[in-house]
Unconditional design. Structure first.
Lengths: 329, 313
C-alpha cells in the first residue's frame, strides 16, 4: 500500500475510496480529510495497483468524482462495497444494473444542482427565443451601425413548455417559467399525483402540444435517444429544444438535420452525445446556443453538493437512511 | 377618414406600414430626400405622426405641421417627443404601454442569466473550438441573489415578479415609495446599489434620471456587482461604466441600450464579462404586431372621435 495515496492515516476513521479520472480533482478534499481516511489511487503513479491489493477487499464506500465512470469491472474489485456516493445529478456513468444486482446503494447530488440547472435552462431558452448570443455577436462584430436593426425574436410569454422528466430540476424550471406566463405540461415515467400540470404519457404527444421541449430526465437505457425524429416532427417548425440533461437523450444526428433544414426553430444545448465534440454544422447556425456542459458549475452549487455528500456519508456510517438515494428499480 | 394624411417618421414595422397605408394617406419620411423637401410639399396634409424612438417628433417637426392633431408613438418611451409642445398645441399623444412590458422584463432576466452564467461567452467558447482544448471556468449562481430595481413601474414590477420566482429578494429605488408593495424601498439609489448584487435599470429617461447611475452608484454596487440596463442608455454614465469594467471595479454588465446608439464603446466589445444587445428589449414578432395594432387603433380612434386606447395625457 503506497503511503502517498492515503490521506489521514487515523485507523479508527471511516474509510472512503476516491475514484476519479486523472483530470478531475475532488473539490472538497480538504474538508473530507478531516473526517475520513481517504484513499486516492490516482495520486500514485500506478492507480490500478490499489484495485488488486488486499486493501481493496475492505472498501465499503466509493466516492466517484464528477462523471468518472464506475464500471462493473471496477465494482468487481471491491467485494465489500456497500455504497457509491455520486456527486452529480445524473448517474449514467455508474453501472446501476450491477449495483442493483449486488445490492450496492447509490446516491446522487440530490437537489444540490437543481436551482443552477433550472436557471441555466431558462437562460438558454431566453437566449434561443430572443437570440441573445447571436445579437451579442452582431454588436461585437460592429454590424449594428452598418446593417441596422436586428431581426425580431420571439416572445417567451404564452409559450407552451413541455418538460421531459419532472424531477427536482424539472420542477424548478416549471416554477420559474410560470412567472414568465408560460403554460407547463410534462412527461415522465409515471404521472405525479401531487402535480397539477397536465401529464402526457408519451413524449410525442407532449411535443405535439408544446412550443418548447426542455429535456431534463435521467439518461437510462429507456431514455437513450428518447428525442428522435418522430418527436421533433411532432414538435414542429416553430418548436424549440433545450437540453440540459445528457447529450444521448437526443438523437443528435437527427436533431442536426432538423436544425439545418429548419424543421425545428432552434435549440439551446448544454450537453452533447460525444463531448467535447460538437457537430460542426451547428457552429454555422444563429438559432442555436451551444454551451460546454456548464449548467451546474457555480461555487454556490459546489457548497450545496458538499453538504449533500457529507450528509450521505454521515447517514451511511451511522446506519441511517441515505439523504439522496437513487431509485435502482 | 381615409384621406387623413399620416406621416411615418421611420421604417419601424412593415406590418404597421401596410396597415396604415391601407387606411390612410400614408407618407414615409424616409422616401423623401430631406425633411425640408417633404415639409415644403406636404406639411399641410399631415394630421397624424407615427413616430418611434429612433425618429420621434421634436419641436421643429411639430411646429412645421400646422394641422397636426395626434402623435402616436410605436414605443413606451416618450423621450423623443416634445410633450410640452404637444400639450401647448393641444396635440394628442399616445404610446404603447403594457404590450411590451413582458418582453422587456424577459430580456432583463435573459441579460442577468447570460451575464452571470456567462452563456454568450460559453457559446463563443464552443464555437471557436476551445472546448476541445480545455474546460470553461465557473460561473455565478443567480437564484437567491439580491436584486435591486431602479424604477418600479410596469416593466420594473414585471422584472421583480420574475426574479421572485428565482428566490431573489427584491428591493427598489424610485421617486417615491409605492404603497401596497412589500419590496424594500430605498430613497437613495446609492443605498440600493450597496445592498444588492444585481442592479437593474428599468426607469424612464428624464432630466432627473440622466446619468443617475454614476461612478458612486457603480462603486456602491461593487466588485461582485452586475449592472443590467434595459431602460435607456443615458441613464447610465457610460464612460464611468466602461472604466469600472476595464478596471475590474464591477463584475459584469448586461446592456440592451447605449448612450449613442448604434455606436457601442469599442472597449466593451473586447470584454468577456459583458453581454451587448442592439436595443432589442421589446423586439419580438408577437409584441411588434401588438404594438402596431395599438398605434393603428389609437390613430383610428382619434379620427373617429372615439376615446383613445392609450393616451399619454
Amino acid at each position: 500500500m503506497a503511503a502517498q495515496i492515503v490521506e489521514n492515516e487515523e485507523p479508527q476513521l471511516p474509510q472512503i475510496l476516491i475514484h476519479r479520472l486523472p483530470s478531475f480533482d475532488l473539490p472538497f478534499k480538504a474538508q473530507l480529510v478531516t473526517r475520513f481516511r481517504l484513499i486516492d489511487p490516482y495520486a500514485s503513479s500506478d492507480p490500478t495497483a490499489f484495485f488488486s491489493s488486499p486493501q481493496a477487499q475492505s472498501v465499503r464506500v466509493l466516492l466517484p468524482v464528477g462523471p468518472s465512470p464506475v464500471t462493473a469491472d471496477t465494482l468487481r474489485c471491491l467485494p465489500s462495497l456497500q455504497c457509491v456516493i455520486g456527486s452529480s445529478a445524473g448517474v449514467d456513468h455508474i453501472d446501476l444494473a450491477e449495483c442493483r444486482r449486488r445490492g450496492i446503494a447509490v446516491t446522487n447530488a440530490g437537489s444540490a444542482f437543481s436551482e443552477d440547472v433550472a436557471d441555466y435552462a431558462v437562460g438558454l431558452l431566453i437566449d434561443v427565443l430572443r437570440r441573445l448570443s447571436a445579437a451579442d455577436r452582431y454588436v461585437r462584430s460592429g454590424s449594428w451601425p452598418v446593417k441596422g436593426e436586428y431581426p425580431l425574436g420571439s416572445k417567451l410569454g404564452g409559450k407552451r413548455v413541455g418538460i421531459v422528466g419532472l424531477g427536482s430540476i424539472g420542477y424548478e424550471i416549471a416554477k420559474r417559467l410560470e412567472a414568465f406566463g408560460c403554460s407547463i405540461a410534462y412527461n415522465s415515467r409515471k404521472k405525479k399525483p401531487s402535480v397539477l400540470f397536465p401529464f402526457h404519457e408519451n413524449v410525442c404527444s407532449l411535443a405535439a402540444n408544446s412550443d418548447v421541449l426542455i429535456i431534463c430526465c435521467a439518461l437510462t437505457n429507456e431514455t437513450h435517444h428518447l428525442i428522435n425524429k418522430d418527436v421533433m416532427t411532432a414538435l414542429g417548425k416553430e418548436g424549440v429544444i433545450i437540453n440540459i440533461g445528457r447529450g444521448a437523450l437526443i438523437n443528435e444526428k437527427e436533431m442536426v438535420q432538423f436544425l439545418v433544414q429548419g424543421e425545428i426553430k432552434g435549440a439551446g444545448l448544454d450537453v452533447f452525445e460525444n463531448e467535447p465534440n460538437v457537430p460542426k454544422e451547428l457552429f454555422e447556425l444563429d438559432n442555436v446556443v451551444l454551451s460546454p456542459h456548464r449548467a451546474v458549475l457555480t461555487p454556490e452549487s459546489f457548497t450545496t453538493l458538499y453538504e449533500v455528500v457529507m450528509a450521505n456519508l454521515d447517514a451511511f456510517f451511522s446506519n441511517k437512511p441515505l439523504v439522496s438515494p437513487v431509485d435502482l428499480e | 377618414m381615409e384621406t387623413a394624411g399620416v406621416l411615418m417618421t421611420y421604417p419601424m414595422s412593415t406590418y404597421l406600414e401596410q396597415e396604415l397605408d391601407s387606411r390612410f394617406d400614408l407618407f414615409r419620411l424616409w422616401d423623401f430626400p430631406s425633411r425640408t423637401k417633404f415639409l415644403q410639399q406636404h406639411s399641410h396634409s399631415i394630421r397624424a405622426v407615427v413616430a418611434n424612438t429612433t425618429c420621434g417628433a421634436d419641436a421643429e417637426l411639430i411646429d412645421s405641421l400646422p394641422n397636426l392633431e395626434i402623435v402616436s408613438t410605436y414605443s413606451v418611451g416618450l423621450d423623443k417627443i416634445d410633450l410640452v409642445k404637444c400639450m401647448e398645441r393641444g396635440i394628442q399623444v399616445t404610446n404603447t404601454p403594457e404590450v411590451l412590458t413582458d418582453d422587456v422584463a424577459d430580456c432583463a432576466i435573459g441579460l442577468v442569466l447570460a451575464t452571470m452564467r456567462r452563456i454568450c461567452e460559453c457559446d463563443r467558447f464552443v464555437r471557436n473550438g476551445a472546448w476541445k482544448k480545455g474546460e470553461f471556468g465557473l460561473s455565478t449562481k443567480f437564484s437567491g441573489k439580491a436584486v435591486g430595481i431602479v424604477g418600479l413601474g410596469r416593466i420594473g414590477s414585471a422584472i421583480a415578479k420574475r426574479a421572485e420566482a428565482f428566490g431573489c429578494p427584491i428591493s427598489y429605488f424610485s421617486r417615491s415609495k409605492k404603497p401596497d408593495i412589500n419590496y424594500k424601498y430605498y430613497s437613495s439609489i446609492v443605498d440600493l446599489a450597496a445592498n444588492c448584487r444585481i442592479l437593474i435599470v428599468a426607469c424612464a429617461l428624464t432630466e432627473e434620471t440622466r446619468h443617475i447611475v454614476n461612478r458612486e452608484v457603480i462603486d456602491a454596487l461593487g466588485l461582485e456587482g452586475i449592472l443590467i440596463n434595459i431602460g435607456r442608455g443615458p441613464i447610465v454614465d457610460e464612460a464611468e461604466l466602461v472604466s469600472a469594467l476595464l478596471e475590474g471595479r464591477l463584475a459584469g454588465a448586461g446592456l440592451d441600450v447605449f448612450e449613442n446608439e448604434p455606436e457601442v464603446p469599442e472597449q466593451l466589445c473586447n470584454l468577456e464579462n459583458v453581454v451587448l444587445l442592439p436595443h432589442v428589449g421589446s423586439d419580438t414578432v408577437e409584441t411588434c404586431q401588438a404594438m402596431a395594432d395599438l398605434v393603428i387603433g389609437n390613430v383610428e380612434a382619434h379620427f373617429l372621435k372615439k376615446p383613445l386606447l392609450t393616451p399619454v395625457f
